[in-house]
Design a binder for this molecule. Structure first.
Ligand SMILES: Cc1cc2nc3c(=O)[nH]c(=O)nc-3n(C[C@H](O)[C@H](O)[C@H](O)COP(=O)(O)OP(=O)(O)OC[C@H]3O[C@@H](n4cnc5c(N)ncnc54)[C@H](O)[C@@H]3O)c2cc1C
Length: 383
């Protein structure tokens, strides 16, 4: 196959904008379409050390962001722990993050067109609300609400989580994560520069969004967060089942999908920004090397197997039991009482501990973890 002369990218979120900057920077003729360009996409906006280490420009810039070091994690009606992160999470407003990535794409020479693409016709004729465009190669980076079926993301409800939340004005420093019995997901407060992103994620297969909204409002009341001055949001979050990840079709003849549009989101934490950026980078490398057919394998080798394993253990993580209590309760208790276990949680927050090696590490350290927990009980009772 010859190198594509004209590359069209549909979607200017992190995946599309980053792919555009890398491809245009390599001298390719790139046109990026986004119906809104930079916008406050519903999101926590949290970037883990895994993303910050790989893309240092996300750490080293003058853009407004919140560097979060303190975390509070709890199970409703159960244990609670707070701790300081070894590697802080950087939290951006999505408008800021998207604008920064779009500016890089434009500076690299990509053409940015504000346009909604309404249909993709044979031979990559893209019909927009204003004009029709032609391309040789198509990058689908249109996110979780992608209207284009048959490219990447499965459209089934079983592969989707729902998120609801508010942008609440005001400054705070601590990131809060709350799990609740029966909820396959969690609630969060992510502090940002001038406001906080507060929300809930969960699968609609288990409960309707009205019930999720009740949980969210109760959580906000308990945290003294007002809804009156806040802006409501809701959005889909890809949550692919193991088999859907395994059978994912991320590329075909003269097209490839990246980011949420390819379903690349951590099935337990909902982290998607790293996968959007890294899939864009892998795709840009494949296009530049003229080997797009190898892109799905590159995804799989890099993190696809890990995400698959995460999808397999997700139900056990949220609903399972371990040593006579829920896995969630044990996770919080162990974090509070064992330095060995707490180090593992730090690595999960940083993104340096994948799911594949998790079980081995847990079992290898179980004796030491339980010893530390027992010692911590003696310390508490002898005080
Ligand atoms: C509530 C919530 C909280 C989250 N929190 C976090 C977090 O803290 N950390 C994290 O890592 N991940 C988080 N995620 C996941 C993260 O938001 C996504 O993984 C990430 O935005 C994916 O980037 P993307 O570029 O693939 O898609 P998007 O960011 O969704 O970008 C897609 C773009 O395509 C455009 N578009 C769509 N259709 C068309 C069309 N037809 N024509 C033209 N343009 C179109 C849209 O305008 C949009 O700009 C969260 C997700 C949700 C929903």
């Amino acid at each position: 196959m010859s190198a594509p002369a004209n590359i069209a990218i549909v979607g200017g979120g992190p995946a599309g904008a980053f792919a555009a900057s890398l491809l245009a920077g390599a001298g390719r003729n790139v046109t990026l379409f986004d119906e809104r360009m930079a916008w406050e996409k519903p999101c926590g906006g949290g970037l883990t050390a895994k993303a910050l280490d790989r893309y240092p420009f996300l750490r080293d810039n003058l853009q407004p962001k919140k560097i979060v070091r303190r975390v509070e994690m709890s199970l409703l009606g159960g244990p609670r722990v707070h701790f300081d992160l070894r590697d802080p999470v950087y939290v951006y407003s999505r408008h800021t993050l998207n604008q920064m990535l779009l500016d890089r794409a434009s500076a690299a020479g990509a053409r940015l067109v504000q346009e909604r693409i309404t249909s993709i016709e044979p031979n990559w004729k893209l019909r927009g609300t204003h004009e029709t465009y032609a391309a040789d190669f198509l990058v689908i980076a249109s996110g979780a609400r992608t209207p284009f079926s048959g490219f990447g993301l499965p459209q089934s409800q079983a592969d989707t989580s729902m998120t609801l939340g508010y942008f609440v004005p005001g400054a705070r420093d601590t990131m809060d994560l709350e799990f609740q019995p029966g909820l396959e997901g969690y609630l969060w407060i992510f502090p940002r520069d001038t406001h906080a992103s507060v929300g809930i994620c969960g699968t609609l297969l288990r409960e309707p969004s009205s019930k999720m909204k009740e949980r969210l409002h109760d959580y906000m009341r308990r945290h003294q967060l007002q809804t009156e001055s806040a802006r409501f949001y809701s959005h889909r979050l890809p949550a692919l089942r193991r088999e859907s990840l395994h059978n994912l079709r991320a590329a075909g003849e003269n097209w490839a999908a990246a980011g949420d549009a390819a379903g690349l989101v951590d099935p337990i934490t909902g982290e998607g920004l790293f996968y959007a950026l890294r899939s864009a980078e892998l795709l840009a490398d494949a296009i530049k090397g003229n080997r797009v057919a190898e892109y799905p394998r590159a995804l799989r080798n890099e993190f696809g197997r890990d995400l698959e394993f995460g999808a397999r253990i997700a139900p056990r993580f949220f609903h399972g039991n371990f040593l006579g209590a829920s896995v969630l309760a044990r996770m919080i208790q162990f974090t509070a009482r064992s330095a060995t276990y707490s180090a593992l949680i730090q690595d999960l927050f940083a993104g340096s501990q994948g799911y594949l090696g998790l079980k081995r590490r847990l079992y290898k350290n179980l004796g030491r973890t339980l010893g530390e927990i027992a010692a911590s009980f003696f310390r508490t009772t002898s005080r």
